[in-house]
Design a protein around this ligand. Structure first.
Ligand code: MG
Length: 331
């Protein structure tokens, strides 16, 4: 484990104009309908930039109880918070151990993946932080990336280890474990490997009925695939893994969420700038809609009191868009 270093002051935020993007008109032409099944465009709503001034925004989660939105600013080793009430942006946690993915458990507690902490943590209601898992088979995790909590409380997370690739998003180190996907029972502390054949497992989300689990492989960053796979959830195991969407190269997808109708919304970026943003796939794997952003998008989540606002972490900014659909899960 790398010794903890003092947190370094980072660039200020809100350095670019916030609010609707330039040349916005209703309906927003940046939302592209590719199939009539994509009926989620809110005619009189446009993409808004709600915060700016970060180095690599990731790990979005909306906290309904407090009406705030949290995300990670990984290279700056901090987590940020945006208040829905007045748009105020401030530091939520620094240092954050280069936090990445965030979600809430079924009690509303924050679950966080840490690159340089190389662990998954839970922030309790009293503010203390509990380490849920930092090793497997006696070896340190590579660096958890993204996480989802099932309705039975089990925590499913990916461990690709991007944080140990260098000193930008964590601290350089050798991987001691395969780049696995894990299921952790926080009640017992028991963890099992549920997938071990990913190049770089990344975003992870359940279908609304929890019968399916979608997992991104962003291995193209290291010569592997750029696709989403889907698995049948069989109790504590995964079965019948197959490719769900594979049309991302030379770019990649990173994070994803499902809506209540079972559509898969995923980030898109790092390839053709015209493709930067978000994609929406129907449950049968058909690409039915796109949201075009001016920056590479890393991840997204549904939020707002009615889960009908899409929050998108994208490079140096966070964007938001009201949609005519609701996210599948509270976080
Ligand atoms: Mg990720």
């Amino acid at each position: 484990m790398h010794p903890s270093l003092p947190h370094q002051a980072a660039a200020s935020y809100q350095t670019l104009p916030l609010g609707p993007l330039p040349d916005t008109r209703y309906p927003d032409p940046r939302i592209e309908v590719l199939d009539k099944r994509f009926r989620y465009k809110q005619g009189n709503a446009a993409i808004e930039r709600i915060a700016n001034g970060f180095r690599w925004a990731e790990g979005p989660v909306y906290v309904r109880a407090g009406r705030y939105f949290l995300w990670s600013d990984i290279p700056n080793n901090r987590m940020m918070r945006w208040l829905e009430e007045d748009g105020h942006v401030s530091v939520f946690r620094a240092p954050s151990n280069h936090s990445n993915g965030n979600t809430l458990d079924r009690q509303g507690r924050l679950i966080t993946c840490e690159h340089s902490g190389r662990r998954v943590t839970r922030t309790e209601h009293d503010g203390t932080i509990t380490v849920l898992m930092s090793s497997h088979a006696g070896k340190p995790l590579n660096g958890p990336n993204d996480v989802v909590v099932a309705s039975d409380g089990a925590i499913w997370f990916t461990d690709p280890g991007y944080g140990i690739d260098g000193f930008y998003e964590g601290y350089k180190a050798e991987a001691e474990l395969p780049r696995n996907v894990y299921r952790l029972d926080p009640a017992t502390g028991q963890a099992s490997v549920v997938a071990d054949d990913f190049a770089r497992p990344n975003g992870i989300a359940f279908s609304p009925d929890e019968k399916l689990l979608y997992i991104v492989d962003s291995g193209i960053t290291h010569g592997g695939p750029a696709h989403i796979r889907v698995f049948d959830v069989d109790g504590t195991r995964l079965r019948n893994g197959r490719v769900f969407a594979e049309d991302f190269a030379p770019g990649l997808t990173d994070g994803l969420r499902c809506d209540i109708e079972g559509n898969v919304w995923c980030s898109m970026g790092s390839g053709d700038p015209k493709e930067d943003g978000v994609r929406c796939y129907a449950p049968d794997g058909t690409l039915i809609g796109k949201i075009h952003l001016p920056e590479t998008c890393s991840n997204l989540c549904f939020g707002g009191l009615h889960r009908n606002r899409l929050f998108m972490t994208a490079s140096t900014s966070v964007y938001a868009l009201y949609l005519d659909v609701q996210g599948a899960q509270v976080p």
